[in-house]
Write a protein that binds this ligand. Structure first.
Ligand code: VGL
Ligand code: ZN
Length: 204
């Protein structure tokens, strides 16, 4: 079988934020940051680079999507129901709030996911109108940051690639829980066509 990889190359000049680009920031919520119930180690290091991206997209008038894990109290992913996680990101609680240092402009579009009791959804596209929102805005290229690399970032990126978006993952703007799992997830995203760039390579 001939396998053709359609991944974009990053030119030596960097990668452009085109007029059909959107920013997708995944689950930068209190419960996933140090002090929360499911903390990503040193998670706060991603907030400054993410804020740089948010301000730039805002200044350009480009869409900024913030996804959030938004569970009911008896969500299927919780240990009480045989799931892998302690209760976290329960809708309308402090733990589900965006981290207080995250820039949340009034123009930002908030996408809540995993809101159904009996359904887990790591991807921001699963059970949400994210694809419809992006299509309506004629978005082709997604810049992605947030947590956690091996769960919600991976699922969101793989879905976006399947749906035909160009996906640019910003290295300083993502963090994972486990180094080994993180590396595997990055390989998988790369193999499916995601592009990994550092903030400095983006022409903001
Ligand atoms: C996530 C574990 C459980 C994530 C969500 O946002 O990566 N991880 N729920
Ligand atoms: Zn969750």
């Amino acid at each position: 079988m001939l396998i053709i990889n359609f991944a974009l190359e990053v030119s030596p000049l960097g990668i452009a934020v085109t007029r059909s680009s959107a920013l997708i920031i995944v689950d930068v919520q209190r419960d996933f940051m140090p002090g929360g119930v499911l903390p990503v180690p040193s998670g706060y290091t991603i907030i400054k680079p993410i804020n740089t991206l948010v301000v730039s997209f805002k200044d350009k008038g480009l869409p900024i999507i913030l996804t959030r894990d938004w569970h009911p109290t008896n969500h299927i992913s919780f240990e009480s129901r045989g799931g892998p996680w302690p209760p976290h990101c329960i809708k309308n609680t402090k733990g589900a709030q965006f981290h207080p240092d995250l820039e949340v402009p009034k123009e930002a579009i908030i996408v809540s996911k995993a809101t159904e009791e009996d359904m887990e959804a790591y991807s921001g596209f699963q059970g949400t109108s994210l694809d419809a929102i992006l299509r309506e805005k004629k978005i082709k290229r997604l810049f992605v940051g947030g947590v956690a690399i091996e769960y919600c970032i991976k699922a969101t990126v793989l879905d976006a690639l399947k749906l035909g978006y160009e996906v640019i993952v910003v290295k300083e703007a993502i963090k994972g829980i486990d180094k080994g799992e993180e590396r595997k997830a990055e390989e998988e995203m790369l193999d499916r066509g995601a592009i990994f760039v550092s903030l400095g390579e983006i022409k903001l």
